[in-house]
Write a protein that binds this ligand. Structure first.
Ligand code: DOR
Ligand code: ZN
Length: 347
């Protein structure tokens, strides 16, 4: 039997589109979104309003004609970021948010923040103007176990920042733990994105039976109890939780390596997989909130005016195992189970 679910066009509140050949290869896979928050961790990073405007123009040039995607740009916060530039870029509609990477926490984060006191003036300006801070929430202290880095970040960094900056709107990006879920639920002016891959994999998927580099991302997937907490949060209908795929393409050569880099490329199939997760949880009626309503509300935007449909069919949905970008291949995320949800564009 076919089941059809009509929802407002989804948005993605955390997306890596990269640049140059990779941008050209991956942008069409996100073209059917409404809006997407575009991550600024290019090499070199997108630090100023002028750089964000130029990157936005490169994205628009890489998209096919007549697409729905509207890129919402972010700035990469550094210890040298000028509060006046952030305020001007926001006032001119160039940026929607600022991204905080602790230096060394993840891909291309070397220019991130080491001393959080040095970004206080920017954070205060952002709180005053209502500009959200998107946070990669992991400490980089080598003494902290990688599976504990999110929970420790909350205590050591995030809570002190939020206490010192009343009114600062924070998105805890790609939350991966029950601790993160509980923290987001305990406060005001805070939301969280949840990725599709963290809804379906735990750390066993990465490590049992051999190392599976295409399941390696940061923050790294945690134990099953944390995955279940994420599914509960996503499917609960709580508006503080919304879609941020963190679709993060890398060439296979860079992932299938003795030092493979972090990121799962989910742009081609994240929505179909999300529908599967919500169906399994008996929460299909809450899918639209997670994919299409809660994030927009957090960012103070209306939902997209148009709709798409998700149709459940007996035959599984298909997507390529890998795509090509320049001379490289990029593997698409494999959920490890058949997904029967297909997307139909109602526009
Ligand atoms: O897995 C990840 N990949 N996590 C991040 O925080 C960055 C991203 C990337 O840019 O590749
Ligand atoms: Zn990311």
């Amino acid at each position: 039997m076919n089941t059809k679910l009509r929802i407002r066009r989804p948005d993605d509140w955390h997306l890596h589109l990269r640049d140059r050949e990779m941008l050209a290869a991956v942008a069409p896979w996100s073209a059917g979104l409404g809006r997407a928050i575009i991550m600024p961790n290019l090499v070199p990073p997108v630090v100023t309003g002028a750089e964000a405007a130029a990157y936005r123009d490169r994205i628009l040039a890489a998209l096919p004609e007549n697409v729905t995607l509207r890129p919402l740009m972010t700035l990469y916060l550094t210890e040298a970021t000028d509060p006046a530039d952030v305020l001007a870029a926001h006032a001119q509609g160039i940026i929607a948010a600022v991204k905080l990477y602790p230096a060394g926490a993840t891909t291309n984060s070397a220019s991130g923040v080491r001393d959080f006191d040095r970004v206080r003036p920017v954070l205060e300006a952002m709180a005053g103007a209502g500009i959200p801070l998107c946070v990669h929430g992991e400490v980089t202290d080598p003494a902290v176990d990688i599976f504990d880095r999110e929970a420790v970040f909350i205590d050591r960094v995030l809570e002190p920042i939020r206490r010192a900056t009343p009114g600062l709107r924070v998105v805890m990006e790609h939350v991966t733990t029950a601790d993160g879920v509980a923290y987001v639920r305990s406060g005001d002016n805070i939301g969280a994105t949840i990725t599709t891959h963290h809804l379906v994999i735990n750390r066993n998927h990465i490590l049992v039976g051999g190392i599976r580099p295409h399941y390696y991302c940061l923050p790294v997937a945690k134990r099953e109890s944390h995955r279940l907490a994420l599914v509960e949060a996503a499917t609960s209908g709580d508006p503080r939780f919304f879609t941020g795929t963190d679709s993060a393409p890398h060439p296979d050569r860079a992932k299938e390596s003795a030092c493979g880099c972090a990121g799962c490329f989910t742009a081609p199939n994240w929505l179909q997989i999300c529908a599967h997760v919500f169906e399994q949880a008996g929460a299909l009626d809450r899918l639209e909130g997670f994919t299409s309503l809660h994030g927009a509300a957090f960012y103070g935007l209306d939902p997209n005016p148009d709709h798409i449909s998700l149709v459940r069919r007996d035959e599984p949905a298909r997507w390529p195992e890998r795509i090509t970008a320049g001379g490289e291949t990029v593997t698409v995320f494999d959920p490890g189970f058949p997904v029967h949800w297909h997307i139909e564009d109602d526009a």
